[in-house]
Write a protein that binds this ligand. Sequence first.
Ligand code: HEM
Length: 478
Amino acid sequence: MLSTEQSPMRVAQDVKENLCDIQGGLLKEYDTLACRYVFFRIDEAGKGRAWLKALSDKVTSQAQADEGPLEDGSLNVALSVWGLQALGLPQAVIDSFPKAFRDGMRVRSAKLGDVGPSAPEHWEGKLGSDEIHVFVCLSHDSVAACDEQHKRLTALTRAFGGVTEVHVVEAEVVFEQRSGCPAAHFGFVDPISQPAIAGFDDEARPGDGALQSGGGWRSIKPGEFLLGYENELGERTDTPGPPGLGDNGSFLVFRKAYQDVAGFRAYLKQGAMTLWGSDEEAQQEKLAAKIVGRWRSGCPLALSPDQDDPALAADPQRVNDFDYSDDAEGAKCPLGAHLRRTNPRGTKLTTTTDINRKRILRRGLEYGQPLPEGAADDGVDRGQAGVFVIADIELQFEFIQAEWLGKGDFIGLPTDEKDPLVGANGDGGQFTVPGADMPFLFDLKQFVTVRGGEYFFAPGLAALKGIAEGRFQTGETK
Ligand code: HEM
């Protein structure tokens, strides 16, 4: 029997004291230019634990990350359900993890809308298979520096044996051409909006946290991202396993998503012609902004609906400070725009949803080289190597993916209207653009295809060491 005795609920004031146990890169993204995501299979539990023990000594904590640039880059570790099994954790401990995590992403694919070309049978390498056990994230200033980190990791892995590298994804920062800011391959500054976490970044910009009923913003309770902390219900977010295993941990979603940049650019012409009877560049850019909810500079449509305003985009006090409350019909920012779906802020929803419990921290970088402007499709694989940090895979990531990105009725659109940027469109994909001369597109293409992914548990540093040392091996009370 597993003990139900758990550590007491931690609250916002406890976050700072625990930064030396919380893995770096979760609460705050690293200020680095390149990442290397390396996936391992554990072939022998004992050797795997010894390797993990050596690795755990090298894991970067948030406290270390806060001290400034890390000469050797950063290293972080997360484990899939298959990894926990391969490391020898008993079934009782495995069973204490949430079902979504135990299922893994492949089993949840239909719910996530990963169908057609995004279906698991098309996923690359071993992604989504039970051979993906350990996710190591290396992060540094350049691809060359990541190469060196990767070599050191390979040498360490060889020295221990019993562990095999099964997949690698190389990712780096891509820049939006005009602003020079980090961007998505589609050409939009990204990320801009991230939830502010109480106790960690209380000095956040307006718009980063939760909208307060009397106006203004407050940070989101840490239990929405960290296990064992107070969440938006005022309750302790459940931790799996025996006492200590879940403390200061988070769940991670890794998701590799191809972006059809040439297809997106070509569609802007076609769609602009349908909506406004013109495929002039200004109309194409307007459609691009309507799809995302921001102009390419990051300027939100909610604040500047008719033209891009790079000065507004560059102003931290304004770039995220909007709530859609003066735009119920979506005349400024369509109800179905990617931004409005993924964080509806003050939008009146048709289904009751506690939107402050649907926030996610977006990490990860882009993979593949950018397609130069004006260039023909070069067939290169490029897209987002997305890493999402949450405390509840089902409530947060899966809900957003299935309900907000995969449907329309929650916000007053037709049920089958999906996210115009990342939804599984094509074959009658629809997008409602209020205010356009012809306010509907009925031929939206699929611009994003999932190439694979997995759910992971990123333990606190002490718990990671505990797993490596076999401390949670018994499945008994302590
Ligand atoms: C290839 C896939 C994707 C691309 C290219 C993409 C692109 C973007 C862009 C350009 C923005 C606006 C910048 C910002 O406000 O930070 C954005 C915002 C956002 N995206 Fe995505 N995205 C992708 C997938 C996803 C997925 C799968 C999710 C969730 C499951 C998601 C959740 C969000 C959220 C929460 C925001 C911020 C909304 C806000 O706070 O106002 N995105 N994305």
